[in-house]
Design a binder for this molecule. Structure first.
Ligand code: GLN
Length: 203
């Protein structure tokens, strides 16, 4: 791991590519000028300036991450300051506490939140909503939720970037870790990836 992209050079970003919509993140980050590589094995962490964890199925991503020996070194790198952005299943992977987890499911435990998986039930498991997020600019974020989690509670170090009308957070940041319960990578919304790359540039 190398914290802080060299100025002038393209930042090198690893997208966890065990499972899920990693291709969409690779496309979003490449469009913003990053040098993007798939991340599956611990030895691929070296030389990265930031990491993205995609949407998908967190229980499967968890199993594969441990099987590939990636989970522990990745968690250690994030605790050491590596800028990280997780969407949906990626938010679940980052969270310290889960409700509605499957038996034995583990996380990287690097974000001081309690997150409920599949928080919107099976009747209403996909929806889209515009959410004001002043930290990302004046225009609301068009958020696409797909079997999404929600943040039930968070520690004092966690900043809410966006919340549902009922007040529950769906986008948060704790220092070098950004997480959203929805999928900017599928809706052409690039401000989360820009915010992440700005973190990378200043780390
Ligand atoms: N429900 C999935 C999980 O528990 C997350 C869905 C998603 O990433 N779109 O991991």
């Amino acid at each position: 791991m190398t914290i802080g992209a060299p100025s002038g050079a393209r930042p090198r970003i690893g997208v966890v590519a065990l499972q899920g919509d990693f291709r969409e993140h690779i496309a979003s980050l490449t469009a913003l000028g990053a040098d993007v590589v798939p991340l599956r094995r611990p030895e691929e962490l070296g030389g990265l300036h930031g990491v993205v964890i995609p949407g998908g199925e967190s229980s499967v991503m968890d199993k594969l991450g441990r099987m590939f020996g990636l989970a522990d070194p990745l968690a250690e790198a994030i605790r050491g300051g590596l800028p990280t952005y997780g969407t949906c299943a990626g938010m679940i992977m980052l969270s310290s506490r889960l409700t509605n987890a499957i038996a034995g499911q583990q996380t990287l435990d690097v974000l001081d939140t309690t997150v409920t998986r599949n928080a919107f039930g099976t009747q209403n498991d996909s929806f889209e909503i515009d959410i004001p997020m002043p930290e990302l600019g004046e225009r609301p974020v068009h958020a696409v939720f797909i079997r999404a989690p929600v943040v039930e509670s968070q520690g004092p170090g966690v900043v809410t970037l966006g919340a549902l009308p009922d007040g529950r957070a769906v986008a948060v940041q704790q220092d070098n870790v950004i997480a959203s319960a929805f999928h900017p990578e599928v809706s052409g919304e690039d401000r989360f990836h820009r915010r992440f790359l700005a973190l990378v540039a200043t780390a």
